[in-house]
Design a protein around this ligand. Structure first.
Ligand code: RAM
Length: 328
């Protein structure tokens, strides 16, 4: 009887420790904005990592609109809650630095993932993939279906977004030499907001009658642009491409509004971000050359800016989007 009671008590304690409400470590996954399927997929991976680690609770949070101001409010509230770490995808590389420095002064570990924070405001940045490779990929996706060349335009996310701006810069750098017949006529910003992205896509189509492709390096913008092309009966005239979440975008490969898009695995990205934040909490030091374990995804080595890239992006087209759309 006594043994049974002891067993029951230990089981109860074990259950309490395993339940997130009693987790010893709280890591906030702060995204550019809530309601974005890409970040929901990253959160899926983050929760998976928390489960594996056992004593970690992931707080999935972010503003409703993808702005730096709104993210600063979220950061201040997380500082007040004394979370152990913040893993953030930034709407602006510089504007978040003072708030994140305050967090670090209070002992909170800070990493950026997906969209980076300037070095002064974080300990590590986890890049989904190599920036130059993504820049070249988004142009190539358009160029592959434009053998004669022609006018293309970029529909981006927020004008201050670190990741999109870096990819666009890299894309522009390879244009003259590698894609001389591709003519980039404009870059516009839909702020990862469906309504604004739709308006911007319509604006591009109205302003550039010879437009042959819209390149949207954002999962929100690419869906909006493909919907506009579909609604305006422009399938076959304007090819929409960029970075897309297969589960949201499959319909536009199926209907021909797009020939192909690319992306990395957002589940692995969120998963790895939590592992990295947890490594810092456990006392590992972020410094150039340091090797960090990211669970089932493997290891990463920090470069001289304490950043590290993950894998190359996958390309999705008619041959494989069905399969990937079931995963993310
Ligand atoms: C959107 C966001 C995110 C970006 C993807 C490709 O969901 O802007 O930061 O990585 O697109």
């Amino acid at each position: 009887m006594k043994l049974l009671k002891v067993l029951a008590a230990t089981t109860a304690v074990a259950v309490l420790l395993a339940s997130p409400a009693f987790a010893q470590t709280r890591i906030a996954l702060v995204v550019k904005s809530l309601g974005n399927g890409f970040f929901d997929a990253a959160n899926k991976g983050a929760q998976e990592a928390a489960k594996e680690l056992g004593d970690v609770e992931v707080i999935y949070t972010g503003p409703t609109a993808a702005t730096a101001e709104a993210q600063i409010e979220v950061i201040n509230s997380l500082i007040a809650q004394q979370v152990d770490a913040i893993a953030i995808s930034a709407n602006d590389p510089d504007a978040l630095v003072p708030a994140l420095q305050k967090a670090m002064q209070r002992g909170i570990k800070v990493i950026s993932f997906d969209s980076g924070v300037a070095e002064a405001g974080r300990q590590i940045h986890l890049n989904p993939s190599d920036t130059n490779l993504i820049g070249e990929t988004i142009i190539k996706l358009a160029a592959d279906y434009l053998p004669e060349g022609g006018d293309v335009a970029i529909l981006s996310a927020a004008s201050t977004a670190t990741n999109q701006n870096a990819w666009i810069e890299a894309a522009k750098a390879v244009l003259p030499e590698k894609f001389p017949n591709i003519n980039l006529v404009a870059t516009v910003y839909g702020d990862d907001d469906s309504v604004k992205s739709t308006d911007e896509a319509k604006g591009l189509i109205a302003s550039y009658p010879n437009l042959k492709a819209i390149i949207a390096p954002t999962t929100v913008g690419v869906v909006a642009a493909a919907q506009v092309v579909t609604d305006q009966n422009l399938i076959g005239k304007i090819n929409v491409t960029g970075l897309a979440l297969p589960s949201e975008f499959k319909q536009f490969i199926d209907n021909g509004a797009s020939q192909a898009v690319a992306l990395w695995n957002p589940i692995d990205l969120g998963y790895s971000a939590i592992y990295l934040a947890n490594d810092l909490i456990k006392g590992e030091e972020a410094k150039p050359g340091a090797v960090f374990s990211i669970g089932r995804v493997g290891e990463i080595t920090l470069d001289d800016t304490n950043s590290a890239p993950m894998a190359a992006p996958f390309q999705f087209d008619k041959s494989n989007i069905e399969e990937f759309s079931k995963i993310y």
